[in-house]
Write a protein that binds this ligand. Structure first.
Ligand code: BG6
Length: 515
């Protein structure tokens, strides 16, 4: 075997995989998610030739509406929310010509039988035949009802029957372990596990998919990727937005359930997992679950010590005054819901024993950024380290998930002309190396669900183990008899307590870096 030329690429999957003709039924078709994410994603897939002829999209919702009215509403949404403008009118028209609206009540079995009849008469039927993708984009309280009603209307085929019927289930997948288990059991009564696609849209982000490529497609980092060389790992998902118009949902949920249980734990598993036996979905998901299972279920007392929860108070973001969380609409004035959480945990296995993982996420923070920092050990305390002490920066690898996506290696170098050592950076920036646009998470996830590729969706045991951990944390919090949560100013980087969490151990969050 000879070495490849420098620019040669290696194609792992058929590039631009085209989704086969399928009838896609969206429950909750008039909701925000459909308009902001799902339909713009289908528009981009259409534009890039990734939907086979003969795909049909049926919006299922209660409000009366004609097909034409629904199409016009979706047109306005794509024009507003598409991430690549101007919108290609011809492609959008082509997509919309295959969109239909089915008016029915989610709880009424008759509406599903009518749906089944309607699917048989659509002009695209000869192409999609019995190939269905049902997308549950409703409030979670409807998920089980939808599954049951689909089965009653004979729409829940499995691969062995005369058709394929898959379901995408939006988050939140349950609100604790018990409800997630119940939902899993119900879904599995009607759909085999391999046909259930539980969404965590973080997995569809290009930078998150790249974590596997980066870790296992290189030989220089993996030998260092363990407790011998890594001092700590920091995962931050900071948001500038507050709860906006989602006060009702958010106040009943909080940061631990809204973000930690899913997005942050997903980032953690990809960073900490062992190399999978293959690139098959199950091999990868097996390793991810093992990470979650290696996190000890700590005592309540320990969890209180190792976690911080807080709520944003008044503050300024981008020169705009932000009201305190408790004054947001549909939030209880005495709410004890956390809008920020920080957690220190350990992955107690051979690779990671003793390495702290610090996770934090919050709303109404100074800056929107999601980043994973791998912080390496200092060199031995001789030579430069002996003289500089803590001023000799630890090496760190910053993986920027969003925005300004990239990977940055920080190391120490000599300042020219002086006997001074200083931190310098080696940078990879998506926008410089790849001129193509970064596809939105939902685009990739839609194609994967349509072709039956489940790597980027969460498996039953994964979701349940993540809930087990979050339930433990929340039960420790509930046992605390406190009347107020620590607060942080909107527009700050979170509460002081989150800094102390690391300072107590002689560490600190890496400063935000301006890319
Ligand atoms: C969602 C949460 O899952 O993720 C929201 O419910 C959060 O509260 C959002 O704002 C963040 O996603 P992204 O892609 O904007 O980082």
């Amino acid at each position: 075997m000879t070495e490849s030329s420098f620019n040669e690429v290696c194609v792992l999957e058929p590039e631009d995989q085209v989704a086969p003709a399928t009838a896609i039924v969206i429950f909750g078709a008039t909701g925000d998610l459909t308009h902001r994410k799902i339909i713009p994603a289908f528009y981009h897939l259409q534009k890039h030739g990734r939907l086979a002829d003969g795909c049909a999209i049926v919006g299922f919702a209660r409000r009366p509406k004609t097909d034409q009215e629904f199409r016009e509403e979706l047109r306005a949404s794509v024009e507003e929310f598409s991430h690549s403008k101007p919108v290609d009118k011809e492609m959008l028209d082509r997509l919309l010509s295959h969109v239909y609206y089915h008016q029915a009540d989610l709880a009424d079995p008759v509406g599903y039988r009518q749906l089944a009849d309607r699917l048989k008469t659509l002009p695209e039927r000869p192409a999609f035949q019995n190939r269905y993708l049902f997308y549950m984009a409703t409030a979670p309280s409807y998920f089980e009802t939808i599954a049951e009603n689909l089965a009653r209307a004979d729409l829940a085929y499995d691969e062995n029957a005369a058709g394929i019927s898959r379901v995408i289930v939006e988050k939140p997948f349950g609100e604790d372990l018990k409800s997630a288990q119940h939902l899993n059991q119900t879904l599995q009564r009607f759909f085999p596990e391999q046909n259930i696609y539980r969404i965590d849209h973080y997995l569809g982000k290009e930078t998150v998919q790249n974590l596997l490529y980066f870790r296992f497609g290189n030989s220089i980092y993996e030998p260092l990727w363990n407790r011998r060389y890594i001092d700590n790992v920091q995962i931050t998902v900071a948001e500038k937005v507050g709860v906006e118009d989602r006060g009702g949902y958010y106040d009943a949920t909080g940061a631990a359930r809204d973000m930690l249980q899913n997005h942050l734990f997903q980032l953690l598993t990809l960073i900490a997992m062992e190399p999978p036996a293959s690139l098959e979905a199950e091999a990868i998901r097996d390793e991810k679950v093992k990470v979650l299972k290696s996190i000890p279920l700590s005592s309540e007392e320990a969890l209180i010590q190792k976690s911080v929860r807080a709520q944003y108070g008044e503050g300024m973001i981008d020169g705009r005054k932000v009201r305190p969380y408790r004054r947001e609409s549909r939030v209880a004035p005495d709410s004890m819901t956390e809008t920020f959480v920080a957690l220190r945990l350990e992955v107690d296995n051979w690779r990671w024993a003793g390495v702290p993982f610090y996770l934090r996420t919050g709303k109404a923070m100074r800056q929107q950024f999601s980043e994973i920092n791998i912080v390496f050990n200092r060199p031995p305390s001789v030579l430069f380290a002996a003289v500089c002490g803590v001023r000799l920066h630890r090496n760190s690898l910053r993986i920027r998930i969003q925005p300004n996506e990239g990977i940055h290696l920080n190391f120490n170098g000599k300042v020219p002309g002086k006997s001074v050592i200083q931190r310098v950076d080696m940078d990879f920036r998506y926008r410089e190396d790849f001129q193509d646009y970064l596809p939105e998470a939902y685009e990739r996830l839609m194609v994967d669900a349509l072709v039956g590729e489940s790597t980027l969706f969460t498996r039953k045991d994964e979701v349940e183990q993540a809930w087990r951990l979050v339930d433990g944390l929340r039960s420790a919090w509930m046992g605390q008899n406190i009347k107020e949560l620590p607060s942080y100013g909107a527009g700050s980087l979170g509460p002081e307590e989150a800094n102390q969490l690391l300072q107590r151990e002689g560490r600190g969050w890496l400063p935000i870096y301006d890319y």
